[in-house]
Design a protein around this ligand. Structure first.
Ligand code: SF4
Length: 69
């Protein structure tokens, strides 16, 4: 079973917070606009929400990478 990891391109992230609105347990935008990623590991159970957050980022700052278990 593949596990995935969320990767943030901080050079692209503008701190808009769409990801936080889609997946608030995972993403948080701090007061200074810095994105805090509380959990970067995506299991099958959380996959659809994580994919929605990645797809919803207007800055294309999020991606999913498969990782070895
Ligand atoms: S939606 Fe994209 S640009 Fe906005 S805070 Fe999240 S990662 Fe950054």
């Amino acid at each position: 079973m593949a596990t995935r990891q969320i990767v943030v391109d901080r050079g692209r992230c503008t701190g808009i917070g769409i990801c936080e609105s889609i997946s608030p347990d995972r993403f948080e935008v701090a007061d200074d606009g810095t994105l805090i990623l509380h959990d970067d590991i995506v299991t099958d159970a959380g996959r659809s929400e994580a994919e929605a957050a990645v797809a919803g980022c207007p800055a294309i700052a999020l991606s999913l990478q498969e990782i070895e278990e």
